[in-house]
Design a protein around this ligand. Structure first.
Ligand code: SF4
Ligand code: SF4
Length: 390
């Protein structure tokens, strides 16, 4: 079996750590991940903790999946470090608060002092990169020999889908992520940069991608959508192969730009039919009505043509503050890579966010990090007509 083209796929109906552990144990055995594999290696677990959200919101990796994985690793005498850099400031105090808010702290503490509190980073270079060669990487992931990419399956306003490959963006420290959005404002280049980042890790380290697709997020993910039961778990040694299958499971086959770019680069087989899927038949879990983000609805070549390049400023979907929901917390302004959100007082003297359009690069960081889901997606009505008839 070629483990780099293989994806393990199992049904998983509920967040029951014991049942999930049984599933992961079977996946690990099939992928050759045993005590001998881990012996003497530094292991880091990289969950998706994009922001402080309770597990039921389905924006972050569920603690029960982490619990199952840590228990399995303990059986193999592995003590990992849990490391993540969410959006926003990367400080020890903020990390504590996010670990707690996401329900990770009590689970991790059962296995020792394994939550990362080192908020330094190192430089990594990828000579074979096509878009971006140099990355700042948080120290525990830089130092790890094995990274367990414990991601959540979600929709995503910028990249349409977030799973194993996109999860690596959380290896870049805090606000550096915003700088990278500003450095790669065109969606195509941003996606190319993420593919470089993930491929760099695949070449430098052993990667194990586990996708929490028991309950995912649909709609305006990665944080403002709605939980949606999907009912499965995926494991793979190649995160690009895993995402190819995840794309199919969401019913997004052939339409997720990051998956298309990776296939074009030859990072995994070009179609699900060429993957070695072990376990259940993907057709039995593939969804047909999973809601995509407002920003990508009606996708296709017309959408791409009219939302990029010279037409982008006119037609591309844009973030829009919902003033009735905005509580004036200022998180969006602090996270905007273009510094193009101002906090202004309304007639009642309440602070509200205001986007100055001309500098907006439509990265949707503001929507991702708004704690009150107060940023909608505004689409040009003409775009709806164009994409409908294309
Ligand atoms: S993050 Fe959300 S609630 Fe806070 S100021 Fe921005 S739009 Fe308003
Ligand atoms: S306003 Fe929002 S979408 Fe526009 S550049 Fe700032 S964070 Fe990105």
């Amino acid at each position: 079996m070629n483990v780099f083209d293989t994806v393990m796929l199992s049904r998983a109906e509920e967040y029951d750590a014991a049942k999930i552990k049984d599933i992961l144990a079977a996946h690990f055995a099939a992928l050759g991940l045993n005590a001998e594999f881990f012996a003497g290696k530094k292991v880091a677990v990289k969950p998706n903790l994009v922001m402080k959200k309770e597990p039921e919101a389905a924006a972050t990796t569920h603690p029960a999946v982490l619990d199952a994985l840590l228990s399995l690793l303990r059986d193999m005498n592995v003590t990992p470090v849990i490391a993540e850099s969410p959006g926003g400031l990367y400080t020890a105090a903020r990390m504590e608060s996010i670990y707690k808010g996401c329900g990770i702290t009590p689970v991790a503490e059962k296995y020792g002092d394994i939550l990362n509190r080192d908020v330094t980073w190192k430089k990594m270079r990828f000579e074979k990169a096509l878009v971006c060669h140099d990355f700042d990487i948080i120290t525990p992931l830089y130092e790890a020999d094995v990274i367990i990419d414990l991601c959540k399956l979600k929709s995503h306003s910028l990249t349409k889908m977030s799973a194993a490959v996109k999860n690596f963006y959380g290896s870049v420290p805090g606000v550096t992520k915003f700088e990278m959005h500003a450095a790669f404002p065109e969606n195509e280049r941003f996606i190319g940069m993420i593919c470089d980042l993930c491929k760099m890790f695949c070449e430098e380290k052993e990667i194990i991608a586990i996708t929490d697709a028991i309950v995912g997020m649909e709609g305006n993910g990665p944080t403002g959508g709605s939980p949606r039961k999907i009912g499965c778990l995926l494991s793979a040694r190649n995160p690009f192969a895993s995402d190819l299958l995840a794309e199919k499971i969401l019913g997004f086959e052939g339409t997720v730009p990051m998956v298309r770019e990776a296939a074009k680069r030859g990072y995994m087989p070009e179609s699900v039919e060429k993957l070695n899927v072990v376990g259940i038949n993907p057709e039995n879990v593939a969804m047909h009505d999973f809601v995509e983000p407002d920003s990508t609805k009606g996708g296709g070549s017309a959408l791409t043509y009219f939302t990029t390049g010279k037409w982008g400023n006119i037609f591309a979907p844009k973030p829009k503050i919902n003033l009735s929901l905005c509580r004036g917390c200022g998180e969006c302004a602090a996270s905007c890579p273009q510094h193009t959100i101002e906090m202004r007082k309304n007639k009642e003297g309440k602070k509200k966010a205001h986007i100055i359009r001309k500098n907006c690069i439509r990265c949707f960081c503001c929507q991702e990090l708004c704690p009150f889901v107060a940023i909608d997606t505004k689409k040009n009505p003409l775009l709806n007509i164009i994409t409908k008839f294309s």
